[in-house]
Design a protein around this ligand. Structure first.
Ligand code: FE2
Ligand code: FE2
Length: 418
């Protein structure tokens, strides 16, 4: 009969072992284990404590029948730890162990509650906790058989605690890693923004250009349904697309007139230079250097530096190209005022399939329309372009018409040169 009961008990414990991954389940597992242990050997009272290596203390996880005055935290000194480790999992009779500092300190509490046995939970050479057990219900001393059972069940509880410790440690490390990664990403983003500002500083006529191109690129990527990381990548590509301008002479960039061929050739080096600057940097997103290199290419092959055709141009570069051109059209230049919104919509529509990928123009118009109709509450266009500019009369129907007029799929490599 006794044996049957024990087999049942062990079965229950084995099942409980799977539950330690969750904190609450863990508490429950310890509680049930103690109850099973006390119940199966008819022990009056007991408790399970978990050992904190850092605090050098035992914290009671669950107690039964020990009363409210029983200390919930018990400190261990080095000598106690050493003794427990040497002792291993075997139950120690409290009456025999009075020499240890631990027993001297808690002598009274133990005596009052008639704690008879103490089992250090030593798992893989580490103390993970302690089990305290009171006297048996029938008043008899513990038999060798009892002690064997106690030892086996204690091991089970100890392994449960060790597993939970491991889980907690893993969770802590994962959290630490996540924080480190977040920090790194924040640093990267801040650096990118600082760079964008540095690039924009050099060009006094197009203040804030890189930042705006970053934001427009972000809007386009969002409208394409890209995921969060990809959208962020598109924004970074926009922020950094003109980084090569840092090496172009200030008077060329800031020339208050249309620059001549020689100056133009100098300026046109900026995509290649940008690529070289960005290539050795490890970016969390691919294609950032490619965006810099090819953001002046056009679908019809009339762009620079390589005169690539549609499909040969990296997708990210097409996005940045559209964002870049849009910003050039919508900001004042020394030799050219910004153009009204309706003209720009016409221009983008006319040039989709020639300079711009049609689906990108569509995405951009959609983003704009969503803001104007209030479907999207972020007032990004209004903030970047000014309220009046965006609320020009007739823009909404114009955008809708344009959206209907642009073929949704790109004609890709079929674009002709004439
Ligand atoms: Fe550029
Ligand atoms: Fe640009």
């Amino acid at each position: 009969m006794e044996k049957q009961k024990l087999i049942h008990t062990f079965g229950a414990l084995a099942e409980l072992g799977h539950e330690v991954a969750h904190k609450q389940n863990f508490q429950e597992m310890i509680r049930t284990s103690l109850h099973l242990l006390l119940g199966s050997l008819a022990i009056m009272r007991g408790g399970v404590a978990r050992y904190s290596r850092f605090g050098h203390e035992l914290n009671m996880l669950v107690i039964r029948g020990l009363g409210e005055e029983f200390p919930l935290t018990l400190s261990l000194c080095d000598e106690d730890e050493r003794q427990f480790l040497t002792n291993g999992l075997a139950p120690i009779e409290v009456a025999q162990a009075k020499v240890l500092p631990f027993f001297q300190i808690y002598d009274r509490s133990f005596e009052k509650k008639r704690v008879e046995l103490l089992v250090p939970l030593v798992i893989r050479n580490e103390i993970v906790g302690v089990i305290l057990l009171g006297e048996k219900a029938n008043g008899e001393p513990y038999s060798a058989y009892d002690l064997e059972i106690i030892c086996a069940m204690s091991r089970h509880i100890g392994v449960g605690i060790a597993q939970r410790n491991l889980m907690a440690e893993l969770e802590r490390r994962a959290e630490e890693n996540r924080k480190l990664y977040e920090d790194l990403r924040t640093t990267y983003k801040d650096t990118v923004k600082a760079f964008a500002t540095a690039i924009d500083c050099k060009d006094k006529y197009t203040e804030g250009h890189s930042v705006r191109v970053g934001k427009y690129s972000e809007i386009i990527a969002e409208e394409l349904g890209w995921d969060e990381n990809e959208v962020e990548g598109a924004a970074v590509a926009g922020y950094l697309h003109d980084v090569g301008k840092l090496t172009v002479e200030r008077n060329i960039i800031n020339a208050p007139y249309r620059i001549n061929a020689k100056e133009s050739a100098e300026l046109n080096k900026h995509p290649a230079v940008g690529y070289e600057i960005l290539l050795p940097i490890h970016h969390p997103y691919a294609d950032v250097p490619l965006a810099a290199k090819y953001h002046h290419e056009r679908l019809d092959g009339r762009g620079y530096p390589d005169g690539l055709f549609d499909k040969e141009i990296p997708y990210i570069a097409k996005i940045v190209n559209l964002a870049d051109s849009f910003d050039a059209m919508t900001t004042d230049r020394p030799y050219k005022r910004r153009r009204p919104a309706n003209e720009i919509i016409e221009d983008l529509q006319r040039n989709s399939g020639k300079q711009f990928a049609p689906e990108l123009v569509t995405a951009f118009f959609k983003g704009m329309l969503k803001e104007l109709t209030g479907e999207n509450k972020d007032k990004r266009f209004r903030r970047l372009l000014g309220r009046d500019y965006m609320e020009t009369e007739g823009i909404i129907p114009m955008l809708k018409n344009a959206l209907n007029g642009i073929s949704p799929t790109s004609s890709l490599t079929l674009v002709s040169l004439d």
